[in-house]
Design a protein around this ligand. Structure first.
Ligand code: C2G
Length: 131
C-alpha cells in the first residue's frame, strides 16, 4: 500500500493539473493533495488566487483519483505534512526540480514533467486580452 502526496495551488483548474494528479495517483494506491492556502499563495506570488481556497479544495476533492485533501499553510511544513499523512512518495512537477529534495530521508521524491503550453498565468493573460 503506497501513499502518494502532492502539493499545489491548482488555481483556475486546467488539464495540466489533471495530468499531474492522474500520474501521481498511478504511482501508488492512495493520493493525498495539499492545496496551498490563499495566504501562502499571496506570500509566494504577491497576489491572491482567482478561486479561493475552499473552492480549490472542493474542486480537487471531487477528482476520482484523489483520496484526501488538506490545506497547505507553508512550504516549510512539507516534512511535517509528509509525516502526518504517512506518505511514501512526494510527487511534484519538474518546475520544482530539486527544490524539495531535503525531505528525502523521510520520503521518496519524484518530479514529473509539466504538461507543455498550459498554465494558470497564461489563461489569465489570454482572458484579460479578450476585448
Ligand atoms: N503543473 C503541471 N503542468 C502544468 C501546470 C502545472 O504539471 N502545465 C503541475 C505543477 O508542476 C504542480 C501542480 O501542477 O506540481 C500544481 O501547480 P500550481 O498550481 O502552479 O502549484 P504551485 O503554485 O507551483 O504550488 O508546495 C508547493 C506549492 O504550493 C506548489
Amino acid at each position: 500500500m503506497k501513499r502518494i502526496i502532492t502539493f499545489g495551488t491548482f488555481d483556475v483548474f486546467h488539464v495540466g493539473h489533471i495530468n499531474i494528479l492522474e500520474r501521481a495517483a498511478a504511482l501508488g494506491d492512495f493520493l493525498i493533495v495539499g492545496v496551498s492556502s490563499d495566504k501562502l499563495n499571496f506570500s509566494k506570488k504577491n497576489r491572491y488566487p482567482i478561486y479561493n481556497e475552499d473552492d480549490r479544495k472542493k474542486i480537487i476533492s471531487s477528482m476520482k483519483f484523489v483520496d484526501e485533501v488538506f490545506l497547505e499553510e507553508s512550504l516549510e511544513l512539507k516534512l511535517e505534512y509528509i509525516k502526518k499523512y504517512n506518505a511514501d512518495i512526494l510527487v511534484m512537477g519538474d518546475d520544482w526540480e530539486g527544490r524539495f529534495d531535503w525531505v528525502k530521508p523521510a520520503c521518496k521524491v519524484i518530479y514529473l514533467p509539466r504538461t507543455p503550453s498550459i498554465s494558470t498565468t497564461e489563461i489569465i493573460e489570454v482572458v484579460k486580452a479578450i476585448k
